[in-house]
Design a protein around this ligand. Structure first.
Ligand code: SAM
Length: 272
């Protein structure tokens, strides 16, 4: 299941005014960084899959639960890859409420998000947003603004929340994951969440692609088993790879009637 691959680039028409997936997600999260084009596109996508905004909110609650779990496990450094716009209960909001000394680096390769994202983290200490391609592992871990907040020789958590759906099989998502795992010291963690085979999600992305001058990267939906394989060699935290609403649910989470049928999978694992 894939739509054609296109990487955001400076040759696109003014990308700040085109509908943008990170700004559409920000709209569904009740954030402040979206424009008329984003909202119109969001409504079109909702026509394909009325549950899609719920999925985006469910992922945000998941990240909140996972970073709290990580903090309780002793992790104080977080690398959020393919972060989108760091507003609305993002990693630094959650962990720095627990301990302001926690370190957070956000990475996204969409340069049109840079001004907003840097403004959103401007008042937060120990937090950076950098524009970089996650596929360049050394470039990300060695980036001066990442290094200013982050010490990769100490255990850290890598978060891939809907990043790998943009990495087609031929680009070797497992290899990308393995490169980050190799770079992590023992005691580090990896969290992945990933859309599964949901026709309405696929249709929503295809509409987005079609109406948006073909500027959107490839979308690759993966099964629970495929997501599970990405954790090979790591120690999965219980309950393993499960539908997102079932990963350590909390009483204040928004719930759908059949959470076990949500086709969006997650896991959190430790490197020994
Ligand atoms: C579906 S959004 C998810 C945003 C965010 N993680 C969340 O949970 O709302 C995927 C994000 O990954 C970014 N992205 C895709 N491929 C990337 C890459 N190779 N390097 C860095 N960012 C990437 C996109 O620009 C987009 O902002």
């Amino acid at each position: 299941m894939a739509v054609p691959h296109q990487t955001p680039g400076s040759d696109s028409p003014d990308s700040s005014v085109l509908p943008n997936i990170a700004r559409i997600r920000n709209f569904w999260l009740n954030g402040s960084r979206h424009n008329d084009d984003d909202r119109e596109m969001a409504q079109r996508i909702e026509l394909c899959g009325p549950h899609i905004p719920y999925l985006v909110r469910a992922q945000r609650s998941l990240v909140r639960r996972q970073v709290r779990h990580l903090f309780a496990s002793g992790i104080t450094q977080f690398l959020d890859l393919g972060s989108g716009l760091p507003e609305c209960d993002y990693v630094h909001h959650v962990v720095q409420a627990l301990d302001p000394e926690c370190r957070v680096a956000y990475v996204d390769f969409d340069a049109s998000l840079e001004a907003d994202s840097k403004e959103l983290v401007a008042d937060a200490d120990n937090t950076a947003f950098v524009v970089a391609d996650c596929r360049d592992v050394d470039g990300v871990l060695g980036h001066p603004e990442v290094r200013a907040v982050f010490d990769p020789s100490r255990p850290f958590a890598v978060l891939m929340t809907e990043l790998l759906l943009h990495v087609p099989d031929e680009a070797d998502p497992a290899g990308l994951v393995a490169s980050y795992v190799d770079a992590m010291p023992s005691g580090s963690y990896l969290a992945i969440s990933h859309f599964g085979e949901d026709d309405q999600v696929l249709e929503g992305f295809q509409i987005f692609e079609g109406l948006r001058f073909g500027r959107f990267p490839a979308v690759n939906l993966r099964s629970r088993e495929q997501v599970g394989k990405l954790f090979d060699g790591l120690d999965l935290v219980a309950p393993g790879v499960v539908p997102v609403p079932l990963w350590h649910p909390e009483p204040d989470d928004e719930v759908l009637r059949n959470p076990s049928e949500v086709r969006m999978y997650t896991g959190l694992a430790r490197k020994n």
